[in-house]
Unconditional design. Sequence first.
Length: 350
Amino acid sequence: MDLVTLQSGLDNTSFAVLFATMLVYWLGAAFPGIPYLSSLGTSGMAIANLCIATLLGARWLEAGYFPLSNLYESLFFLTWGITVIHLIAEYQSRSRLVGAVTAPVAMGITAFAALSLPSEMQFSEPLVPALKSNWLMMHVSVMMLSYSTLMVGSLLAIAFLIATRGQNVELRGSSIGNGAYRNHNYRLRRSGESLEKTSMAAVAGEVNINGSNGSGNVAVLDPVATTATAQMPAAEAIPLSPQRLSLAETLDNISYRIIGLGFPLLTIGIIAGAVWANEAWGTYWSWDPKETWALITWLVFAAYLHARITRGWQGRRPAILAASGFIVIWVCYLGVNLLGKGLHSYGWFF
């Protein structure tokens, strides 16, 4: 079997596997009682990861350079990174909701690369002179890995927003891995509801350390002063299971940790790109559209980490900021090339 046939089979196989995996995760999210779905979803992501790795390796052997020279290759490398980070995040969180948000994105990227790009983009071609450098692997691979990692972190933030929709959640301490939902000084309140009106039932001894009261209504996630004077009436309690509270805290914590991994990768990638730019163009920074949006992406996630570490933001507010970062990454990766040409355009809007 020649490499072209192998690559064609692997990209279509990757799409098919990710499509089936997406359906498995969605089915598992809708019907959590069905056995073995979680294992099937994890296996599907692992198989897709191996198929994409084999595809990229075959292109590397065929072309003789690291396969990140055009849009087709970068899309598959991006998907490979997403599947790797997904497996890490799923192992840490033990939640099907991770795959419910990451699998559709991975499948969509693969479908676009395998089914939508013109056929001439799907073949390896000689590198243009500007890309004949060892920095191709050092800069571009790190940038793509940072995009993959930050995308997964942003998707987990979106999953957190879905899991806590309609609630105003504050998870004090999740940034350092504390189990906020286990602390009786945490509670959950309705969005826009004052702390005085909804002060903790735990102050009156009606909420146990696991975060639920006797009626099964959960009252924990948002810290309040122990000097609160008004007890939250039973009618005002918000029905939310302890499992959902645990899921929300886990998603928030894993999202923070994944973004904390992706941000240094983005920083290293930008620095490596500046050094390469100086060698290729004689300047470290030229305010090229791709460079400008890479800086904007860096600032968005720097603001997220600053808000959590320094300002103490937790829960929905930083999650909204991280979710907006998902859009910013796509603008940086593809959007700027659709809007106009720049120094980073070496292929079909890449």
